[in-house]
Design a protein around this ligand. Structure first.
Ligand code: PAN
Ligand code: ZN
Length: 198
């Protein structure tokens, strides 16, 4: 146990005050809102199969975070809202990452929309999990993860993960995922990613 949290009498001394945050289910916003980041299409050039203008300011997703100390005894939470859209035939998605501390797990709870979580491990295995309202996706350590908006409405979900995990985006940027999610005859299809490098 962490030395700082133990009193002389052996009782755990809490370090943080309990607090409540509202998740506005109809928008994915947090109330109060403290830390918001937005990912625009131009920043995602190279992640989609088709070329993307680096100047594009089209909003792809927004992340609202509940800030807490980034240590193993805390949990980070955020909501993500992915807009509906396509880049050529590839659905809008998050950048995707491994956790910098590879063994750190995470859960996603779907709040709205029709999403898919694409997972991959460093041996090149992949999985796809559904993410609609009420779906809980469990992301064990060692699996990179990316969320795809495979529908026509916003995808909104709540993530919770061990707060010292950190994010490794560079590995995914260099290698990609083994699969992509594309629209075929109006329906989402998971297809091999020709550009994937193990
Ligand atoms: C999520 C993601 C969030 C945005 O909270 O960070 O959905 O995706 P990218 O981080 O890939 O841009 C999570 O997995 N946190 O660890
Ligand atoms: Zn993560």
């Amino acid at each position: 146990m962490h030395a700082r949290t133990l009193c002389e009498d052996g009782l755990v001394q809490p370090e943080l005050e309990p607090f409540a945050t509202r998740v506005a289910l109809e928008t994915g916003a947090l109330e109060p809102e403290r830390q918001v980041s937005e990912r625009r299409l131009g920043e995602m050039a190279g992640l989609y199969a088709a070329p993307v203008a680096t100047s594009s300011t089209i909003l792809v997703y927004r992340v609202s975070t509940v800030p807490v100390p980034e240590r193993s005894s805390d949990l980070l939470c955020c909501t993500t809202v992915i807009e509906p859209g396509l880049v050529d035939d590839e659905y809008f998605m998050t950048a995707g990452h491994y956790h910098a501390m590879r063994d750190r797990a995470e859960t996603y709870l779907g709040l709205a929309g029709s999403g898919l979580v694409i997972l991959a491990d460093e041996a090149g295995r992949w999985r796809a999990l559904p993410l609609r309202a009420g779906d809980l996706a469990y992301i064990p350590g060692g699996w990179a993860h990316r969320t795809v908006n495979a529908g026509d409405d916003q995808v909104r979900f709540l993530s919770t993960w061990i707060a010292d995990a950190g994010h490794d985006y560079a590995t995914i940027r260099a290698r990609g995922f083994p699969v992509r999610v594309v629209r075929r005859a109006g329906e989402p299809a998971v297809v091999e990613n020709a550009a994937f490098r193990r």
